[in-house]
Each structure stands twice: as structure tokens, then as C-alpha cells.
Design a protein. Structure first.
Length: 473
């Protein structure tokens, strides 16, 4: 008891708890900020390597061969996400939870189970894909057919690569989670392409480009294996793996749908343009989409540490801290994304022309895609909020609906407007997708979505904060 103004009162434990909660919130935000800056720096370097490789490829082979390569690349990406079975995301939920509970047997089991299942499904996809390519051989050029044959081998390789990168990320190895999939894979691809062009003076075709991608991906896969062994908790080395397959499958099933459908939605324009035989337009749109996706880098960097933080805060029922993270993440990604988008929109035509004759026709598509990415940046990390709080089924349902709308829009517009039509359809679908997720998050989690969460608002119930509550000091 303490005397205050001649009267005695009891200490308020709630005040101490609130101070501790704010201190924890500030520390979580600072950790996410520091980690995001590091992750963003790695992504900037890696995306530079990626675009150097794309520039070399485009300048060496021209828009026609690049279009074939982009078409094969799009199919392989979608199939690899399907083969990963959603474990590239589910791992981020299970590994931190098992590590916190010191359940080393289940931790080792989920890592082994996810890799084995992905390898098995990827192998089946390769075999089925080879049969389809053989069936459609008469309608393909020799180069396109051979590129597909080699590209299909990439499916299980990429599925395993992404799962292992997620394991490394869950163990806290942010740099090692990014480097193999970006720096190692694309860096080696640059080296191979440069050696062919400068030293051997070869003009690579789509098949040879795909072979180079396979070789660099295998090297990245080897690096992730080494990173996993180096970062794994020592108790897992001798632990006998235990399996909760039913639980893992229940979580992973919606996630595989999300991963594959999101990849499909991002590449619907390339796939439809390639399917109707216009691989040149497919290459133009692919280049525009890849450049526009630079705007997503800040959001991706924040998500590197944001996703595990969401799961942890939700598990501890700390809605206030989660709301602060949502607001801060959206503000960071919007500011960075808008600056990058404005710069790219100004130089869209000359930038595309640098990649070779024919690419400059995608300037209008690039500007439309940039607008969509800025809007998404304002929405923040909504999909991660849904996935890491156990609403993966709702996320899957929303994504499937928007992907279907995007496909319908592309079918209606690509024949009329080409790459620009694909960009319009993709941007509209992207905006509606994020609007639907925002409504879901508000209704189910009582969290104000995206940049809206950073606006002044009174009320502190259901995890919605009053101004200044839990803010950084």
C-alpha cells in the first residue's frame, strides 16, 4: 500500500502488465524492422542478379526465344507450387511451434514428411507432364518441346528448394533462406549465360536456357541442405521423428491450393498468351510483370519475419501487438513501394527497350501493373495474417474466386489488347482480392486491415487499438 495525497491505494498490476506489453510490442517491432531491412537488402541484391540474368537472356536470344522460355517457366512455377503441397508455408507455422514446445520429434518429423511428400508428388508431375508433352508434340516447335522436357525436371527441385528455404527461415536464418533461391540460383544462371555469350559466343535457345536454370537450381538446393544442417537445433540430430500426418495435411491442403492458385493468377497472362501460340507477347508480358513485381519487394522483405511473428502473437492472444504490426508493416511497404513504382513508371518505355527490340511494346502493361502493386502495398501483409491465424480455408476460397475472375478477364481481353489486356485483368483481380481479404480480416479477427490500421481510430476492443496504444516509443 502507498500513501498518495494523504490516502492509501493499492498498486495497479494492470499498469505494470501494460508497460511490459508495450515494451514487448516495441521490441517485436524493432526486431521485425531490423530483420526486414536486412532481408530487403538481400532481396535488392538478389533481384538485381535476377534482372541481370533476364537482361542477358533477352539481349542474347531476343523476344521470341525469351517468350518460349517465359512460357515454360510459368508452367513450371505453377506445377512446383502444387508439388510443394503447401508445406513451404505450413512449415512456418509448425516448426516455430514445435521448437517453442521443445517437441523435437515432431519438428524433425514435419521436416522429413514435407520433403518426402513433395519429392513424390513432384516425380508424378514430371511423369504426367512428359506424357502430355508427347501428346501435344505435333503442335509445338522442337525447341519448345525440349524446353518443356527439361523444365519439368525443375518441378520437384523447386518444390524441395522452397520447403528447405522455409525451414531455414523458421530456424531464424533469414539470409540463408533467401540466398539459395535468389543469389545462388540466379547468380549461377548469370555466370552460365555470360560465359556462353562472351567466352563461347553461343546463341542459347530456350532448351539450353532451361538446362542452365536446372543446373543453378540444383546448386541452390545443395546450399539449402547445408544451411538446414547448420541451423537446426542440436536436439533434433538424435531425435526419433514423430508424425502427425493428419494434422499437417489438414493445414497444408488449403495452403497448396493457395500457393498453386496464386502462382497461376500471377502467370495467367503468360500462360494464355503462350497457349494461343503468341509466345512473343507472352515474353513481353512476362518481362513487364517481372519488373512491376519489384514494387512487391518491400512487402516480401517485411513478411520474412512478419509471418512467424503473426503466428506467435495470435497464439498468445496478443491482438493489440498484432494490430500494431499490421499498421506498421502496411506503412513501410506502401512508402517504399510507391517510391519504386513512381520511378519505374517514369522510365517504363526506355527500361523495357534496354531488354531488346520488341519489349518496349509492354510499357502500357507495365504502368498498369505498377498501379496494382502500389494498391496492394497499401493493403499490407493480409494473406499472411489470414494464413498465420488459422484462416487458410477462407484465404483459399477468396483467392480461387479472384483467380477465376482473372482468368475470365484475360480470356476476354488478351485477344483484343494483348499484354495490356492481361495487365488490366490482373490488376483488377489483384485489387478485388485484397479488398475481399480486408473485409474478412475485419469481420473475423476484428483487425483493421492494411494502411487503414495506421489511421486515427477510437476503440480498444477485440484487438483494435486506440491511437498511440502499443505504438513505438
Amino acid at each position: 500500500m502507498k500513501a498518495v495525497g494523504g490516502k492509501e491505494r493499492e498498486d495497479c498490476p494492470g499498469s505494470a502488465d501494460q508497460s511490459v506489453s508495450k515494451a514487448a510490442a516495441n521490441e517485436t517491432l524493432r526486431r521485425v524492422a531490423r530483420g526486414s531491412v536486412a532481408a530487403f537488402a538481400i532481396y535488392v541484391v538478389s533481384i538485381g542478379v535476377t534482372y541481370v540474368s533476364q537482361l542477358l537472356i533477352a539481349r542474347m536470344v531476343g523476344v521470341d526465344i525469351y517468350g518460349m522460355y517465359a512460357y515454360v517457366f510459368a508452367w513450371v512455377t505453377v506445377l512446383a507450387y502444387f508439388s510443394a503441397l503447401g508445406f513451404d508455408v505450413a512449415i512456418l507455422r509448425f516448426v516455430p511451434a514445435y521448437e517453442a514446445a521443445r517437441d523435437w520429434r515432431l519438428l524433425k518429423g514435419v521436416i522429413r514428411y514435407s520433403q518426402r511428400r513433395a519429392a513424390a508428388v513432384g516425380t508424378v508431375v514430371v511423369l504426367v507432364g512428359l506424357l502430355i508433352v508427347q501428346f501435344r508434340a505435333s503442335s509445338m516447335s522442337v525447341d519448345l518441346r525440349n524446353a518443356f522436357v527439361v523444365g519439368l525436371v525443375l518441378v520437384p527441385v523447386w518444390a524441395l528448394l522452397w520447403i528447405r528455404c522455409s525451414v531455414v527461415r523458421a530456424f531464424g536464418g533469414v539470409v540463408w533462406a533467401i540466398a539459395p533461391d535468389r543469389l545462388v540460383r540466379d547468380g549461377m544462371l548469370v555466370a552460365i549465360v555470360a560465359a556462353a555469350a562472351i567466352c563461347l559466343r553461343w546463341r542459347l535457345d530456350a532448351t539450353e536456357l532451361t538446362v542452365a536454370t536446372l543446373a543453378s537450381s540444383l546448386l541452390g538446393l545443395a546450399f539449402t541442405r547445408r544451411a538446414m544442417r547448420r541451423l537446426r537445433p542440436p536436439p533434433t540430430i538424435t531425435a526419433v521423428p514423430a508424425y502427425a500426418a493428419a494434422t499437417w495435411r489438414a493445414v497444408a491442403l488449403p495452403l497448396v491450393l493457395i500457393g498453386a492458385i496464386e502462382a497461376l493468377m500471377n502467370r495467367t497472362g503468360v500462360l494464355l498468351l503462350g497457349w494461343i501460340g503468341d509466345t512473343t507477347a507472352a515474353g513481353v508480358y512476362s518481362m513487364a510483370f517481372n519488373i512491376a513485381f519489384v514494387v512487391a519487394l518491400p512487402r516480401t522483405a517485411v513478411n520474412i519475419l512478419f509471418a512467424p511473428a503473426i503466428a506467435s502473437l495470435h497464439a498468445r492472444n496478443e491482438g493489440g501487438m498484432l494490430q500494431v504490426l499490421v499498421a506498421r508493416a502496411a506503412a513501410w511497404t506502401l512508402c517504399a513501394g510507391a517510391i519504386v513504382a513512381l520511378a519505374l513508371a517514369i522510365v517504363a518505355g526506355p527500361l523495357l527497350a534496354w531488354f531488346g527490340p520488341g519489349f518496349e511494346s509492354g510499357a502500357s502493361a507495365l504502368r498498369i501493373l505498377l498501379l496494382g502493386q502500389v494498391i496492394v502495398s497499401a493493403a499490407g501483409s493480409q494473406q499472411h495474417v489470414m494464413l498465420m491465424t488459422g484462416h487458410e480455408r477462407g484465404a483459399a476460397a477468396i483467392l480461387v474466386s479472384c483467380a477465376a475472375a482473372n482468368a475470365a478477364g484475360c480470356i476476354a481481353l488478351v485477344g483484343w489488347l494483348g499484354p495490356t489486356g492481361a495487365a488490366i485483368s490482373a490488376t483488377v483481380a489483384l485489387v478485388f482480392w485484397n479488398a475481399a481479404m480486408a473485409a474478412f480480416i475485419w469481420r473475423r479477427l476484428r483487425l483493421r486491415p492494411g494502411i487503414i490500421a495506421a489511421l486515427p481510430f477510437r476503440g480498444g476492443r477485440h484487438g483494435v487499438l486506440a491511437p498511440g496504444e502499443g505504438a513505438l516509443t
